[in-house]
Design a protein around this ligand. Structure first.
Ligand code: SAH
Length: 342
């Protein structure tokens, strides 16, 4: 079976030619797909015999909403989606002044094992396909009835551990004949797979890049993020500098504030030393607590105080709003929720 949401328009054209159909049919079908249509019978301008052929040979595979939770505080909605093979992933819908944003998962589970994050607790199950990432956007748009203007690949999984499909997903999302989302409205976050940072700067230089930093020394970072043992700060920082220079774009460093671990005067001093003068921005995230990890968070006031210290050192800085915390939809709270656990 052909999975239609994985196809570029060109690939769908090829298939139409194989079927002896005029290539313009591909664009008609593509329009329906990106309108979110999930049944061939709804493709009004497609001849019935072609619709039947499509139904025999192709699948649209919309995600199944297994559960939806709505925040009582901020309009954030978290979806638990069932994949065709019985696995499940979470995606989050968020409303901002500038539009609606979807936080997309790139893998079912995660193998990076960061000490403070819920997503890696049960390890990696599998990579998602480009079409499955796209489906999170199309199906949330259908469920909410709101046009999605922004995408952040900050859900479960390490996007650069699924590089090929990630890049394909972004190209599908951006294609003018597809979803048509501006590259500038797309952000990818990585825990620091250095070779992929370098590749990404060349492949998709207009997409925003965020780096999960969380600690300014190798000793502390390796304790919190096992990936640092492979790609330490002496590899990560030069890659980020080169990325900023080659793309001319500011990189965001994410820094989850963990009480008594990386929020002390001393550690923040080390952070300033490490990144001062770089083309960057720091996003402080008061840790979202995850039961299993035992780490504690810091208050908003403390986060503001640290932000001021960074700004005084000339480092642009914001404190992230905490959306969806009451539904465990906030950063680091998404986890593998297999069907059997429902
Ligand atoms: N694997 C990618 C994508 C995940 S993005 C990455 O590591 O960047 C999710 C962001 O939330 C990352 O910056 C991650 O480090 C951060 N995060 C994880 N657990 C968190 C927690 N408990 N509280 C706040 N942020 C957390």
């Amino acid at each position: 079976m052909i999975k239609l949401r994985d196809l570029t328009l060109e690939e769908l054209k090829q298939y139409m030619i194989e079927l002896g159909q005029p290539p313009f049919r591909a664009k008609q079908i593509y329009d329906w797909l990106y309108k979110g249509v999930t049944e061939f019978s709804a493709m009004g301008n497609i001849p019935i015999d072609l619709r039947e052929k499509l139904a025999e040979t192709c699948q649209i595979d919309p995600l199944q909403v297994l559960r939806e939770q709505k925040s009582n505080v901020d309009g954030t909605r978290k979806f638990l989606f069932g994949l065709p093979d019985g696995n499940a992933v979470e995606s989050v819908y968020m409303e901002y002044k500038y539009g609606a944003s979807v936080c997309v998962s790139s893998q079912a589970g995660c193998r990076m094992g960061c000490a403070f994050c819920a997503s890696g607790i049960d390890g990696l199950v599998r990579n998602l396909t480009a079409g499955e990432m796209l489906s999170q956007v199309l199906d949330i748009q259908r469920e909410t009835g709101k046009p999605i203007s922004h995408v952040v690949v900050m859900g479960t999984g390490e996007p650069f551990d699924n590089y090929e499909q990630l890049v394909k997903f972004i190209r599908l999302l951006h294609a003018p004949e597809g979803y048509g989302m501006s590259m500038r409205n797309i952000t990818v976050s990585t825990c620091g797979l250095v070779p992929c940072i370098r590749r990404f700067g060349k492949d998709l230089p207009q997409v925003n890049l965020a780096i999960s930093l969380h600690a300014p020394t190798n000793a502390l970072r390796s304790e919190l993020m096992p990936i640092n043992r492979k790609y330490g700060l002496s590899m990560l920082l030069p890659a980020v500098r080169d990325y900023a220079q080659e793309t001319g774009r500011r990189v965001t460093f994410e820094y989850a504030l963990i009480h008594g671990v990386n929020d002390t005067v001393e550690v923040i001093g080390q952070l300033i030393q490490l990144i001062r003068g770089m083309l960057c921005h720091v996003n402080l995230i008061p840790l979202n607590e995850v039961n299993e990890t035992g780490f504690g968070t810091v208050g908003r006031a403390k986060a503001r105080e640290i932000a001021t210290r960074l700004e005084d050192a000339g480092i642009p800085c914001t404190v992230r709003r905490q959306l969806g915390a009451d539904i465990d939809g906030a950063c680091g709270q998404l986890r593998l929720a297999a069907r059997k656990s429902l």
